[in-house]
Design a protein around this ligand. Structure first.
Ligand code: SAH
Ligand code: SF4
Ligand code: F3S
Length: 463
């Protein structure tokens, strides 16, 4: 070894290892990716946004639809090439797969994509640093047994500086897993059964977030309104009571939660929407279909009329609430008539925003075994019609904000000088034009007037 390589190697051994985390799927994966990145940074891996700099690439995956799951394998194909190129230069690359595909497919991932060194499921992220260490010694790791210990007890708390760098809004997972078993859905299998984090853990994390400058917290759960815990008064609490409690934390000015199930919208939670100014007037409440026949086949255990009655109660409690939903077109057995019922429900509710998908048959779910699967063509055609209606409603909602005055949370600088981007109570981004004397700071909550309306954002001036 000549002197220059020796020096280069010594330098290399001193540069910290780096991890690149790529996140697919829902907000819970976003939250988990941050926690994994924090845990790894304690064991010597600095996060990087540049994949070429990374010694470890961790993909946090989603299994919800076939397309989402297949994306993982095309990504792994690219990493295989990258690893080969690196090997030629004598540099290593470690590849890890986390998330719902990891949980669902386990060993199969390494069989299909030998580039993978490490597979880790969502209940065992606290074991990630140890698993990475073992993988570095050449072991292939598959960590997908449901952990009996609570991962949140063992994951390091995010430090103040890191939280601060992530901005003034934050996610906080309060609940994981699902016991609802909708017949189309993989989540009960990939995330396991419903578990609620204890109250004290949640309050502690919320206080830390507030202390680091976070003003708005979104409570997360695959079924967030199934959250239950022991209250400070010794009684059993649900999500409503939790929100009342969190609203008392100084510094936290805004609260949201997602995703909720219609069956778990209890009276206390609806009262929270009536009573708590900090609870933002926005609710994502998926219904999936407007046909009672299809809702039954989906095992949603509510009818279209139940859902509409529920929406009426929520609107009575909080008249300015904006509603969002999820829809599936072409569930097995769905007829034109069933689909028209969905369109009818959408018209009746009038959504401010929504997500809609073609049904994707998922192996292992009861839906996959049903007769009368709908052709791709029909699914796509229905989706197009549904999305046109939803888009119309979304545009109408945006337009109805014109000339309104309301509070926004200033989130980040805008694209141009003297511009900021804020978040409206209804989650819509607001581009704020400031005046020289405004002196806005990130994290301020200020009054603005809407001057212009686009499809996906609002424009405003300060008042
Ligand atoms: N826990 C949430 C959402 C889970 S997944 C709830 O209960 O509503 C997010 C959305 O993906 C679902 O609401 C559903 O609309 C969609 N989805 C889930 N499985 C699907 C599948 N097999 N095909 C198409 N869309 C699906
Ligand atoms: Fe899936 Fe239904 Fe559970 Fe939502 S409630 S995660 S759609 S099984
Ligand atoms: Fe996807 Fe898992 Fe979330 S399947 S939607 S990442 S819970």
């Amino acid at each position: 070894m000549d002197q220059t390589t020796e020096i280069a190697e010594a330098a290399a051994s001193q540069t910290p290892r780096k991890v690149f985390v790529k996140t697919y799927g829902c907000q819970m994966n976003v939250y988990d990716s941050q926690r994994m990145s924090d845990a790894l940074s304690e064991s010597g891996y600095q996060p990087t946004d540049t994949i070429d700099d990374a010694d470890l690439v961790l993909i946090n995956t989603c299994h919800i639809r076939e397309k989402a799951a297949e994306k993982v394998y095309s990504q792994l194909g690219k990493l295989q090439k990258m690893k080969r190129l690196r090997a030629a230069k004598g540099r290593d690359l470690m590849v890890g797969v986390a998330g719902c595909v990891a949980q669902a497919e386990g060993n199969e991932i390494i069989r299909r994509a030998p580039v993978v060194d490490l597979v880790i499921g969502p209940t065992t992220y606290h074991r990630l640093p140890e698993a990475v260490k073992r993988a570095r010694n050449g072991e292939k790791i598959v960590e997908t047994e449901y952990a009996v210990e609570d991962k949140f007890e063992h994951l390091p708390a995010t430090n103040r500086e890191k939280t601060r760098s992530r901005g003034v809004t934050a996610f906080l997972t309060v609940q994981e897993g699902c016991d609802k078993f909708c017949t189309f859905c993989v989540v009960p299998y990939t995330r396991g059964s419903e578990v609620s984090r204890p109250l004290a853990q949640i309050v502690d994390e919320a206080r830390r977030l507030a202390d680091a400058g976070v003003r708005e917290i979104t409570l997360l759960g695959q079924n967030v309104n199934a959250w239950h815990g022991h209250g400070t008064d010794g009684t059993a609490w649900g999500l409503g009571e939790l929100l009342y409690h969190l609203a008392e934390i100084d510094g936290i000015e805004r609260l949201r939660y997602t995703t909720s199930h219609p069956r778990d919208m209890d009276d206390r939670l609806i009262e929270a929407h009536r009573d708590l100014p900090k609870l933002m007037p926005y609710l994502h409440l998926p219904v999936q279909s407007g046909s009672d026949r299809i809702l039954k086949a989906m095992n949603r255990r509510h009818t279209a009329a139940d859902y509409i009655a529920l929406i009426e109660r929520i609107r009575a409690a909080r008249p300015d609430i904006a509603l969002s939903g999820d829809f599936i077109t072409g569930f097995p057995g769905e007829t034109d008539r069933d689909f028209e019922d969905t369109m009818e429900l959408v018209r009746a509710v009038n959504y401010a925003q929504a997500y809609s998908f073609k049904y994707s048959s998922r192996p292992g779910t009861p839906g996959a075994e049903l007769p009368d699967h709908v052709s791709e063509e029909v699914k796509a055609d229905r989706l197009e019609r549904l999305q046109a209606l939803l888009m119309q409603q979304q545009t109408d909602f945006q337009k109805s904000r014109l000339h309104m005055t309301f509070d926004v949370l200033v989130e980040k600088p805008g694209r141009f000088q003297a511009q900021f981007v804020g978040r409206s109570p209804w989650l819509l981004p607001v581009v704020i034009e400031t005046k020289s004397h405004d002196n806005l700071k990130i994290g301020d909550i200020i009054k603005v007037r809407i001057t212009n309306v686009g499809t996906n954002s609002l424009h405003a001036e300060t008042v």
